[in-house]
Design a protein. Structure first.
Length: 415
């Protein structure tokens, strides 16, 4: 039986111990964890195979099975992510600003760990390693609760990391995994305000909304990605096709994959047939508004729900608009504040789009697939924050800190 109160107490104690570690000790531990993943690859893949077989048996969509899969390449990628975290500056102890007051007090604002971070996530076993590594680098203990679809993978990954810490004399409780995947234990975790300082959910929009609606622990929302690509009248159409195919097809189950394409009416007649052909060659189902269907009758008519939907699958919806203002209005209404892109050779249009779109990341002439901590140079990531407090966009080690003021006096009293 899972005792969350004990896990919380152990995590708080571990967080205190982590706060005493220097950068060298933390980095050596992260390198040890990376090496342990590679050394234990065979066992990790064996446990992951159990999850994959069960997922297929239960009829999980192909794109979601891919999200669950671990192989030698992906394990090596997780290990490399930990090594990249080592190369990053240690955020702890960083001074954001400092000054002296009229009373002669010297004040500095310094970065400190959040404390205990809770991660609650669905079928993404790589999150287990990414979250553990970033939390460790930033001096935070972490309590992980993954979904039942990846439970065997998550257990072996967490145990591998914990064993690496134990081997070098650092408390294993810096990284803890809840093996109970029941809804009851998840709800209990969401109420653990005495021990968890912040809870970060990762998964579908529905899953994140459920956590937000039920948790008492402060939340950082991440992940839901109804991402759009707008092809402007001044777009390079060759670039547009390549970018859209990459953004939709490379990994359709992830949150930074493109789900919608918005076309300027002036290029729609010429461009949509090219795009439709490329999408169909990649087995992507295309839905569209009336104007898109009038150009290509084989496109499936889109419903109002389509514009809100994050498909996480080989499906995309297309809308034709009169101008860039129509594109911006549509995107701001239906997006999840994740990642949006404009394809255009018109600098003024790109600046207007990037300024007026409300999202964590806005691109000009690039795939939305770049919204990723690794691609941004953060090493691993703990998630893509789609809210405005306290972090936004890809979250690395720095986003897992807060600040405190250190005030040095010399006998001052307030008059």
């Amino acid at each position: 039986m899972t005792d969350l109160n004990k896990m919380g107490k152990d995590a708080q104690a571990a967080a205190f111990d982590l706060g005493q570690l220097g950068t060298t000790d933390k980095n050596n531990a992260l390198l040890k964890m990376a090496d342990a993943l590679i050394a234990n690859s065979k066992n990790i893949i064996s446990e992951n195979t159990k999850d994959i077989e069960k997922a297929k048996k239960n009829g999980m969509a192909k794109a979601m099975v891919d999200r669950l899969l671990l192989d030698d390449s992906r394990i090596a990628g997780m290990a490399d992510g930990l090594r990249q975290v080592v190369a990053l500056p240690d955020p702890i102890g960083k001074v954001d600003r400092g000054w002296t007051t009229d009373a002669g007090l010297d004040i500095i604002q310094e970065r400190v760990p959040l404390g205990v971070i809770g991660m609650i996530y669905e079928a993404r076993p790589n999150v287990t390693v990414d979250a553990a590594g970033l939390c460790f680098k930033s001096g935070n203990a972490v309590i992980l609760r993954g979904g039942k679809e990846a439970i065997n993978s998550n257990i072996v990954l967490a145990n591998t990391l914990r064993s690496a810490l134990k081997e070098i004399g650092i408390t294993e409780n810096a990284i803890q995994l809840i093996s109970d995947t029941s809804h009851e234990i998840a709800n209990e975790m969401m109420q653990l305000t005495d021990y968890i300082d912040v809870l970060i959910p990762r998964g579908s929009g529905r899953f994140i909304k459920m956590v937000v609606n039920n948790a008492k622990v402060p939340i950082i929302e991440t992940g839901a990605g109804n991402c759009h690509i707008y092809v402007d009248k001044d777009a390079d159409l060759d670039k547009a096709v390549a970018i859209i195919i990459n953004a939709k097809v490379q990994r359709p189950s992830v949150c930074n994959a493109a789900e919608k394409v918005i076309l300027h009416k002036d290029i729609a007649d010429e461009f949509l047939p090219r795009l439709y052909k490329a999408l169909k060659e990649n087995n992507v189902e295309v839905r569209g508004d009336e104007r898109a269907v009038s150009i290509i009758p084989d496109i499936i008519p889109a419903t109002e729900d389509d514009w809100y939907t994050e498909y996480n699958d080989y499906i995309i919806a297309v809308k034709v608009v009169d101008d860039i203002d129509g594109a911006i209005k549509h995107i701001n209404k239906y997006n999840t504040k994740h990642s949006e892109s404009i394809i255009t050779e018109n600098y003024a249009s790109s600046r207007k789009f990037m300024k007026q779109i409300d999202a964590a990341v806005v691109y000009a002439n690039a795939s939305t697939r770049f919204t990723d901590g690794n691609e941004f140079g953060f090493g691993a990531e703990i998630g893509i924050s789609t809210q405005k407090l306290h972090a936004r966009g890809p979250m690395g080690a720095n986003e897992l800190t807060t600040t405190k003021y250190l005030v040095q006096g010399d006998g001052q009293i307030r008059k």
